[in-house]
Write a protein that binds this ligand. Structure first.
Ligand code: ZN
Length: 190
């Protein structure tokens, strides 16, 4: 095996590497390596940094590594947005079309609850769409999170209440369906 080192001229070294090594004696083949493991790690970090700089200088993507935190947060926000949009569609289907424009006193309790949940969900989407300001003070971030948590809790409460309010309607349909089935079965047997 030839020595794997590059000379200062950028050409390959022509010497043979030492037995079981990848370098000749002149290029560090006789070295037993740093005896302090921290130096190995330090060399690895330096090499990785140089490799990344090299890739970026060429305008190429450097593979590997964890995604940046901001990318992860952006993906999470996108997922949350999609989830909220789906919930809004489900609620809008269940509620009368003019639920937002009618006077709240004129709405059935279930529809009023649904309207509350709908406003909560719309507010949550606005919160999620806000660009996250990571440069802000930790206090500001904490506050942002608190507002978000409260909005989530509020929307959940509304949804649970609205679900309960919608249930009698749904079970009525279910009972009608079951009765129809029983009826059909009775006819088949009789
Ligand atoms: Zn060499």
């Amino acid at each position: 095996m030839f020595c794997a080192a590059l000379t200062r001229r950028g050409t390959r070294c022509h010497r043979y590497s030492l037995a079981g090594k990848r370098r000749c004696r002149l290029h560090g083949g006789a070295s037993t390596g740093p005896h302090d493991w921290r130096l190995n790690v330090a060399a690895m970090v330096v090499g990785r940094r140089r490799w990344l700089a090299h890739r970026h200088a060429l305008g190429l993507r450097a593979s590997g590594g964890r995604p940046r935190k901001s990318v992860k947060v952006a993906t999470m926000a996108e997922d949350a947005r999609e989830h909220l949009s789906r919930q809004i569609v489900v609620l809008e289907r269940a509620l009368p079309a003019d639920v937002m424009t009618r006077r709240i006193e004129d709405l059935a309790p279930a529809d009023a609850l649904g309207r509350g949940a709908l406003s909560g969900l719309h507010q949550l989407i606005r919160i999620v769409e806000q660009p996250l300001d990571m440069s802000g003070s930790p206090e500001a971030l904490k506050q942002q999170r608190l507002i978000g948590d409260m909005a989530v809790a509020g929307a959940r409460l509304y949804m649970r209440a609205a679900e309960g309010a919608f249930k009698p309607k749904q079970s009525n349909t279910l009972i009608t369906l079951l009765e129809a089935l029983k009826d059909a079965q009775g006819k088949q047997n009789g």
